[in-house]
Design a binder for this molecule. Sequence first.
Ligand code: ZN
Length: 348
Amino acid sequence: MTIPFFDGHNDTLLRLLEREGKDKVAPFVDGWPKAHIDLPRAKAAGMAGGFFAMFPPPLASTLKEVASPTGVLDRPMPPELALADAQRPTFGMAAILFQLERAGALAVCRTAADIRAAMDAERLAAIFHIEGAEAIDTDFQSFEVLYAAGLRSLGITWSRANAFGTGVPFRHNVDPDIGPGLSEAGKELVRLCDRSGVMVDLSHLNAAGFRDVAAISTKPLVATHSNVHAISPSARNLTDWQLAAIAESGGVVGLNFAAGFLRPDGKMLPDTSIEVMVRHVDGLVERLGEDGVALGSDFDGATMPAPIRDVTGVPRLLDALLAKGYGEALVRKIALENWIGVIGRTMG
Ligand code: ZN
């Protein structure tokens, strides 16, 4: 039995952008063993779709350097990124997304109904997501352009500061309550997203910014790829008051598979069990209820537990939940329906 799943976060577009060579489409369509996700393996595993992140990497650095170190993460935040330096890679990743759509590999979805239609057509359903709003100017002109292109989900910050807010560093044994809240432009961005039906993603945002979004937004609160701070005390994970606020809003959290955000010791090591992933799912279900928990792998952006390895490992996690006594209906919610539900409540 293959259970279809929808994933809250991947960095596959950046992997494709940073790949040597002009053709960024064929590796995804034909198969690319070095990546965590490609089309043949996604289909074999039952991946229905996911949030395809456009993450502008720090200058003079690669995704590997910023997101896949070994050992305990203890890194300061990188410096702010200028508008043009964020827009160039963002447009590059958006171009790859639409080239993939034209090649028939996926469908860029703007509503929950679009996702169902893509599934019926056996296309991967992709949500256009930017991770950090650095590519958006504070007059919001580029917001209009990105929205018209298909943008429907936006993280205000990655793990750095920008014109709108401040992210959390990759640090362990600390609280995410680090740094100031949203700027006036950041608060305006939240209102604009609410009006436009663009999901605001709280993953990577600091606690003060989280409080501002919770106070302003009328939509369900969502963290696409974060875990339980009480189990793994990373600044990237959600404390109990944050999870309570998400629960109260009818929101959703996607389980992040990155080893360092799962393990109590914060080590980014593949020697990480599925059992610790199940512990986080238990913790999320306990705090958010059965409608509030989903998947947010961080594929192609983080060190995966060895038993998961890549997209083909997701069924092993779902099997582990079934073996733990989760009913099939609940596993199907966590795998797929909870994302489609909150996307419907946010985007339409
Ligand atoms: Zn991330």
